[in-house]
Design a protein around this ligand. Sequence first.
Ligand code: ASP
Ligand code: MG
Length: 645
Amino acid sequence: MKVLKFGGSSVADATNMSRVIDIVTSEAAADRVILVSSAISGCTDRLLEIGEGRVELIDGLQQRHNEIIKRLFTGKEREEAMEECASVFSLIRGCRHCIESYGEILSTKILARKLSCDGYSARWVDSRELIIKDNPGQTYANISKCINACDERIIVAPGFIASDAEGNITTLGRGGSDFSAALFAAAVGASILEIWTDVPGIMTANPKDVQKAETIPFLSYEAAWRLAEHGAKVLYPPTVEPAKSSGIGINVKNTFDSKNPGTLIEDKASPSVWTGITGSGDTLCLVADHPFDTTETDSKIQAALQHCCIDEPEIAHGEGFVTVKVPDGMGKEALKALHKEFFEIEESNTRNLYIAGKGAVGTALREMIEKTAVSIKAGSGKVLRIIEQVDSKSPDFCEKIIKAAPKNAIFVDVTDSEDIYRWYKPLLEAGISIVSSNRRSLSVPYCEYAEMKKAALLSGCFLRYETTVGAALPILESIALSANSNDEITSIEAVVSCTLNYILSSGLPFADALQKAQSIGLTEKDPSQDLEGRDALRKLLILAREAGVHLDEKDVDIEPVKDFESIRPDQRFVASLVKDETKALGYRASIRMQTVDERHPAYWLQGTDNAIIVRSAYHPSPLVIQGAGEGARQAASSVLNDILK
Ligand code: ASP
Ligand code: MG
């Protein structure tokens, strides 16, 4: 069950109400829905004024509701809706107590009737009977009993209104419909609480005051509460508690841009330290979602405010926030200056990351980014944003990214999927760069590889895959540098099978060594891929292509390791590419066991280390790159380097 709450501007007129009906009915196709709505915009204020004696406003308000009814209904249905509306207005005219409670009755009765007339299974329930102010226990019991007793697909409930302990009608406070929705959500254990409003989520500042305000994609319950408590109008502060204590996520979304993911509030901190800034009058409040350095923060605030000639702002620290008091009349300007300092980053400096793969490398990468994003921003000005991370089995991910095609987007492939590479070309053509640790994607037939390279060249996006050979070792870059500077590579010897290097240097009997290699996650899922040289082949193809040789699988002589028991410690499994004019490509390529002597760099290899030995016209005594050739952390750091290069 989902709870969807719509604010006053979302139901302001017939067009908007129709939009709400569309959103609700499409969600109701998948799950039962409780629809909670505010009164139509401005209605509560009008009712309060009427209550204070301005009875002349009643007709105008009734007119607005009639207008909506006329546009939504025809014939007999219209007549009935008009009658219902008129009967509520006669109550309003005679009302002595809590006149403002009728706005939500009006809006929700219209919505519920429209749903039923359109053939949906819908029922209106009376929040005044269900919600008992300041008594959550009773409220939850009432709501769950009521919802269990109905079998309609869509339940429509007025927000804002309730009863007090004595049974009198009351309200939950201005903006209280959000809270009503949270109570419904907690009572039924909803899968999500969606707060639909007229801005794209909770933003770094009120977009009416700061043009460059941006949506905060994720934040914790605490930070959301602090923002609301310090004046962010988009969410009524008491809403957070019921959702938080029942572990229900709150998704703040825009009714007028329903595809926009908005803000998700969960039990998880946002990736950045600062989430937003609020301002009321001369007091501003910066809200954090992580611990922050107070001295550094104060000097940033002072420096930013000096630009608008505010010399001595009063700064005070609280848990998770900083308040700044500025001289009278300077609030708006100070808000803009602080927003600029804390939240506006050059678009060209952001990297929007879409990560495919949630295995060891994907997890390590995410943790690394979460830990280092702040210092990366401080050091290089670059802002890393993980927009989404999915596992390798998510079929529509790439399609979705292409459709969204944001600026500075990078698709990060940390899967070991065989066919994900088919997306590389369309992604690049859509202007999305790629960083990959998936060597299967780059060892596809040369013609397909060349297509991907060409797409990158034409679109001006990058395709980086340093991690595919030797994890974090800077191997491909070195080879590309040699090749690009017209240095003629005479040979590449790559001792790059972590599994085989490990087995050969372990000193253990083969079967035991292999089992160990498997248990520490070294081997491919199917270890014969390593033993038969498949994995080394992929690496050799990538290396050769980097050197400008159009190598394909058929050009490589592979001698799988056969007789493991008789292998000697001076043998190594070597993938090599050697200049040979007799061959069509100008090079001979092979993968096989070789005996190496003490002068050979690979002789000394230990554990899972990799070595790569490049000889060229400029480097007759070889260039040797050697070191840890595997590990999720190494791979993740190499991927991160490719992202930041
Ligand atoms: N209609 C009420 C108000 O204007 C409650 C709400 O919209 O959340 O305060
Ligand atoms: Mg509101």
